[in-house]
Design a protein around this ligand. Structure first.
Ligand SMILES: [Fe+2]
Length: 308
């Protein structure tokens, strides 16, 4: 019998030195979904982000068309003022990095673009953004996102529209595709971008959230961007529905983190069919963190392996 995949140990969800290692091993070397291009249509206005204590902003610096081209956009590091690599996919998603340590976009996401081709991400305008902190580690939220075993009892309203019967997760290098119903590829499409971004097309609109680690490994800042064709009542109805699901996850994560901090639970096993998304991303974190640790040991210092 093949051995069942184990979870990351509970200590990885509450240790500051471990988070610092994750920051150098995972976050500084990753790409981030900054949003559908509709988010950046206004010339001269800046959209700010803070990921793993690095501040960046996106600016459309020129152009007159409704949607900007990649040449009209720039991603800038907040404290150095230096331009960072960015990439606009053919169907309209803007990705950027937070440092020069990230690899080339196609090295990080070799098979992302063909999959995105069938969805037009430019059709929905940005309507609202919100952010708030929660008492949980960034991985506690990603664990929940990457499986839907909890959906039936945590999200009763969501489960009516997207029954977990059909729910499937396909893992690719550095991203996972969740499909609620294969017959409706444009509704119930959930994408997880390693390490901490998501894009969710459901309920008639689209949302994107970032799970941003703070300097306290037990506290995470959640940032949500909402997109919808309609403003007014139609949008508010969608917003209410998706906020309900988000708050159900939030409560679940705070409870799970309390248990991770108690010191009784250490690690468990993952369902080999229903939790492949969790296994996939946790393995990425584990491999990158252990490689970084070895590299820094060889170099003889914790800051030498990946530039701060
Ligand atoms: Fe959930």
């Amino acid at each position: 019998m093949t051995e069942l995949q184990r979870t990351l140990p509970a200590s990885w969800y509450r240790s500051l030195p471990l988070y610092h290692l994750e920051r150098r091993a995972v976050f500084l070397k990753a790409w981030y979904l900054l949003g559908p291009v509709t988010r950046f249509h206004e010339v001269g206005s800046k959209v700010y982000y803070e990921i793993a204590q690095e501040s960046i902003y996106v600016e459309r610096h020129s152009g007159t068309s409704v949607l900007p081209t990649v040449g009209e956009l720039k991603v800038v590091h907040g404290s150095t003022g230096l331009e960072l690599p960015c990439h606009l996919t053919p169907t309209g998603l803007l990705f950027g990095t937070i440092s020069q340590d990230a690899p080339d976009f196609y090295e990080f996401y070799p098979d992302l673009e063909p999959l995105l081709e069938r969805v037009d991400f430019t059709r929905l305008p940005h309507r609202r953004s919100i952010k708030y902190e929660g008492n949980f580690n960034w991985k506690t939220m990603v664990d929940g996102y990457q499986e839907c075993l909890h959906c039936q009892y945590t999200h009763p309203s969501f489960s009516v529209y997207y029954p977990p019967t059909f729910y499937t997760v396909y893992n690719h290098l550095n991203f996972s595709q969740h499909v609620a119903d294969p017959k409706k590829p444009d509704d119930g499409l959930f994408l997880y971008f390693f390490p901490n971004c998501t894009l969710n097309v459901y309920g008639g609109g689209m949302s994107s959230f970032r799970v941003c680690p703070t300097e306290n490994p037990n506290v995470t800042r959640m940032e949500f961007d909402y997109y919808h064709l309609e403003s007014g009542d139609k949008f508010e109805e969608y917003f209410k529905f998706v906020r309900q699901v988000a708050m159900e996850d939030y409560e679940l994560c705070e409870k799970a983190q309390e248990n991770l901090q108690k010191g009784v639970y250490n690690e468990g096993i993952l369902n080999p069919v229903k939790e492949t998304g969790v296994a996939y991303y946790q393995n990425r974190v584990f491999d990158l963190v252990t490689d970084q640790h070895k590299l820094e040991k060889l170099c003889g210092g914790s800051e030498k392996g990946g530039g701060r």
